[in-house]
Write a protein of this length. Sequence first.
Length: 215
Amino acid sequence: MKENAKTKGLWRQDPDRVRRDILNSAVAEFARSGLSGAKIDDISAKTATSKRMIYYYFGDKEGLYARALEAAYAKVRDGERKLDLDALEPRAALEALVAFTFDHHRKNPDFIRMVMIENIHHADYLRHSKLIRDLNEGAISRLSDLIARGTASGDFRADVDATELHWQISALSFFNVSNKPTFSALFGASVYTREGQKRLRDRAVAMILGDVLKR
């Protein structure tokens, strides 16, 4: 997109909106084409800014990719915080967290593809992001607090580990999106109907609760 008075005015009036615009388009483009295949020209064409301003804000394509990865993680962690799990009883809080994670990943396939791409890069960009480390440490800390409450109330087993529980929740929610094309091609798309997805979400909640609840 060429620079004009309208886009220049937007940079000056609301630079945060411009950056959000760029990051939203960048997440979609990187998720679609990967780091090597994505083009700054294509990202610029989908935003109210110019290629020059993208370089001004983010330095280069790798810098933009790193910030887009951070934005993708920030979105899911922000959604978790908004659940206000501390206000719920431990069992209800864990049910809400599992259901949210399943639904968030289903509704945000670009996040899943960004994580898959970062795995291809051996987590090189994620590893150097303090923001992502802090975001995920916060998620584990909140889950640890939830587990502690559930253990104290007698609802949860005493040996539940927060990192392992996060892995289990992520695995059930992630596979549902990451393997949708191959699973559908092999077995049909019945599990991806609205009813099928609700059943899978309910089963994911039941499986996690079944493993964590004190017998």
